[in-house]
Design a protein around this ligand. Structure first.
Ligand SMILES: Cc1cc2nc3c(=O)[nH]c(=O)nc-3n(C[C@H](O)[C@H](O)[C@H](O)COP(=O)(O)OP(=O)(O)OC[C@H]3O[C@@H](n4cnc5c(N)ncnc54)[C@H](O)[C@@H]3O)c2cc1C
Length: 304
C-alpha cells in the first residue's frame, strides 16, 4: 500500500488495496485484486495508466463485473473502474431522422436504455435488462434478440495505454460476435449512439416486454454471469447443454441452471474452481455427444 501513496496523492479519485473481487462481480466469486482504482476524470486515468506503466503493474478495466469470472487466487495488479467518474449521459445532436446520444463508459447500460426510451428514441430496446456498464457492453459487443451494440454505435472514444485519446467511427472498429477488437490495455471512455425518433410509449412497451422475457427465461434470483458459452453456428449453446443432459449438474455450489442451461449459478459458496470445472465437464460432454466445441463468453481473469 505504501507504494500506492504517491499515486493516491496525485489523483482526485480513490484507490483501494487488497479488495475481494467477489464484492465486484455478479458471480460473487473470486479472490482479491491488489489495487482497485476509481479515477474521477481523464487526468486521473492518465496518471493511473502512467503509474502502472512506470512500475510494470498489470491492469484491467472492470465494468460491473457481470461477465467476469475471477479465479480464487485473485488478480495481481490493478483493476480500474470508471463507475465513479465517467457517467455523463446526454443528447449531443442529430437531425429529424436520428439523434446522437453520448454515454460515458462507467454508467449503467440500463440508464442509457431508460434515457433513450424517455426521450422517445428507438434502437436500445434490445439491451433492456442486460446488466453491466456502457463500457462493458461495448467491449463485449453485448446483444440480445438478434441485435447487438454494433448496430446502434456511431463512434467510440478510447484511451490507449500511453494515455492518448482517440475517437473512432464505427467503420474504423472491428466487431464480432460478443467482442470488439481493441488494442491491448485500451480503455473505452464512452461512445456516441445513433438512435431514431419513435413513439415514446411504443419504445417503453418494448423495453418492458424485453425485461419481462428475461425475468421469465433467465435465473435472476441467483448470482451468475449470464451466458457462459457463446452460441456456436450450429445453434443455441443452452440447447446443446440441455440435450447433453447437464441441466442441474453441480460441482460444489456451482450449478448449471435448471431454468436456462447456458447459465451457471452460484448456489451459495461456489468457488471459481468449481465453476471452471463445471465448464470443462460441459464442454467435454457436449463435444462427445454433439460434436460441438463450446467457447466461453465469460471473461476469466486472475490466478488459481
Ligand atoms: C443475468 C445476466 C444476464 C445477461 N444477459 C446478457 C445478454 O442478454 N446479452 C449479453 O451480451 N450479455 C449478457 N450478460 C453478460 C454481461 O451483462 C454483458 O456482457 C455486459 O455487457 C458486461 O458488462 P460489464 O460492465 O459488467 O463488464 P465486465 O463484466 O466488468 O467486463 C467484461 C469485459 O469488458 C471489459 N471492459 C469493461 N469495461 C471496459 C472499458 N470501459 N474499457 C475496456 N474494457 C472494458 C473487461 O475488462 C472485461 O474483459 C448477462 C449477465 C447476467 C449476469
Amino acid at each position: 500500500m505504501s507504494d500506492l501513496l504517491p499515486l493516491s496523492g496525485m489523483i482526485k479519485g480513490e484507490i483501494l488495496a487488497s479488495v475481494p473481487m467477489s464484492d465486484y462481480t455478479s458471480f460473487r466469486v473470486g479472490g482479491r485484486v491488489d489495487y482497485l482504482a476509481f479515477p474521477s476524470d481523464i487526468q486521473d486515468l492518465q496518471k493511473i495508466l502512467g503509474w502502472c506503466k512506470q512500475r510494470g503493474v498489470r491492469y484491467f478495466v472492470l465494468g460491473n463485473g457481470t461477465n467476469l469470472l475471477v479465479r480464487d487466487g485473485g488478480v495481481r495488479g490493478m483493476a480500474i473502474s470508471l463507475s465513479r467518474g465517467f457517467l455523463c449521459l446526454e443528447e449531443v445532436g442529430g437531425g429529424p431522422e436520428e439523434n446522437l446520444i453520448l454515454a460515458e463508459a462507467g454508467g449503467p447500460l440500463g440508464k442509457l436504455v431508460e434515457f433513450s426510451s424517455e426521450k422517445g428514441l428507438a434502437g436500445m430496446e434490445f439491451a433492456a435488462g442486460i446488466p453491466g456498464t456502457v463500457g462493458g457492453a461495448i467491449f463485449m459487443n453485448a446483444g440480445a434478440f438478434k441485435e447487438e451494440m454494433k448496430g446502434v454505435l456511431h463512434s467510440v472514444r478510447l484511451m490507449d495505454p500511453e494515455g492518448n485519446i482517440a475517437e473512432k467511427g464505427k467503420n474504423q472498429l472491428r466487431f464480432s460476435y460478443r467482442s470488439l477488437e481493441v488494442e491491448k490495455g485500451a480503455v473505452i471512455l464512452g461512445a456516441q449512439f445513433r438512435l431514431r425518433p419513435e413513439n415514446g410509449q411504443k419504445v417503453k412497451a418494448k423495453v418492458e416486454e424485453n425485461i419481462r422475457w428475461r425475468r421469465a427465461k433467465q435465473p435472476w434470483d441467483l448470482p451468475s454471469a449470464g451466458s457462459v458459452f457463446k452460441n456456436p453456428v450450429q445453434g443455441p449453446a443452452g440447447r446443446f447443454v440441455e440435450e447433453a443432459g447437464l441441466k442441474g449438474s453441480r460441482i460444489g455450489d456451482a450449478q448449471v441452471s435448471e431454468q436456462h442451461a447456458n447459465f451457471i449459478v452460484n448456489r451459495g459458496k461456489a468457488r471459481a474452481r468449481d465453476i471452471l470445472a463445471l465448464v470443462e465437464i460441459i464442454r467435454e460432454k457436449v463435444f462427445k455427444e454433439k460434436g460441438v466445441w463450446l467457447e466461453t463468453e465469460i471473461q476469466v481473469v486472475g490466478e488459481d
